[in-house]
Design a protein around this ligand. Structure first.
Ligand code: AMP
Length: 209
């Protein structure tokens, strides 16, 4: 059965974590535009070279660069959860595939600041937090033993800009989505388990232990 879900929310609201869990619970493909773009930067492709300065400044990557890449991935699947897209009114308008559900994670600003400043990732994308979700060995990924790093855009000044961009560009895109999808707003504060539980309750997804 088709199930097309988008997950949106401010930076560090848990989009990646909750989308991965939802993908697992509902057997969906998980596509993160942030990961697609970070991989392109890492690989030094032309997309990556064009996207990098925008990402480092906390700005969005221009629509024309994002829409084709993501649109191409999404057109190949009818069961997916996409996190971080569409993030502008332009993207929402050009992304004309039907959407069954849009999940919006809402988290107070002070909690986003705490999450961002302690977030660490491994080059394969596994995410930790120095205080709330530390790896067994400090600075080393539990899954693949790779060294953990801070994301380039996870400093305080860039976070402030990303939050501003979210309010100015992504909130209006969510308003647009409301016309064609069921929009469910979920309180994204607390632990990943607490949020996953709340999210399951809100959308009626199956339980998987
Ligand atoms: P995220 O991992 O979702 O927080 O995304 C990290 C960064 O990637 C954002 O701050 C943007 O620079 C870029 N990005 C991710 N998704 C999009 C999108 N749909 N449109 C434009 N830029 C994006």
């Amino acid at each position: 059965m088709t199930l097309r879900v988008v997950v949106l929310g401010p930076p560090a609201s848990g989009k990646g974590t909750q989308s991965a869990r939802l993908a697992e619970a509902c057997d969906l493909e998980h596509i993160s535009t942030g990961d697609v773009l970070r991989d392109a930067v890492e690989a030094g492709t032309s997309l990556g070279r064009a996207a990098e300065p925008h990402m480092e400044a906390g700005e969005l990557v221009p629509d024309e660069l994002v829409v084709d890449v993501v649109g191409d991935r999404l057109s190949r699947s009818a069961r997916y959860v996409v996190d971080g897209f569409p993030r502008t009114v332009g993207q929402a308008e050009r992304f004309d595939t039907p959407i069954d559900l849009a999940v919006v994670l809402e988290v107070p600003r002070e909690e986003l600041v705490r999450r961002v400043t302690g977030r660490r990732i491994c080059p394969e994308g596994h995410t930790y937090h120095v205080e709330f979700d530390p790896p067994e060995q400090p600075g080393v990924c539990d899954v693949d033993g790779l060294p953990l790093e801070r994301r380039d855009d996870d400093d305080r000044a860039t976070l402030d800009r990303r939050l501003e961009v979210y309010e100015q560009q992504t909130r209006p895109a969510i308003e647009r989505l409301a016309a064609r999808a069921r929009v469910v707003r979920v309180d994204g504060s607390g632990s990943p388990d607490e949020v996953a539980e709340r999210l399951r309750g809100a959308i009626g997804a199956p339980h998987r232990d």
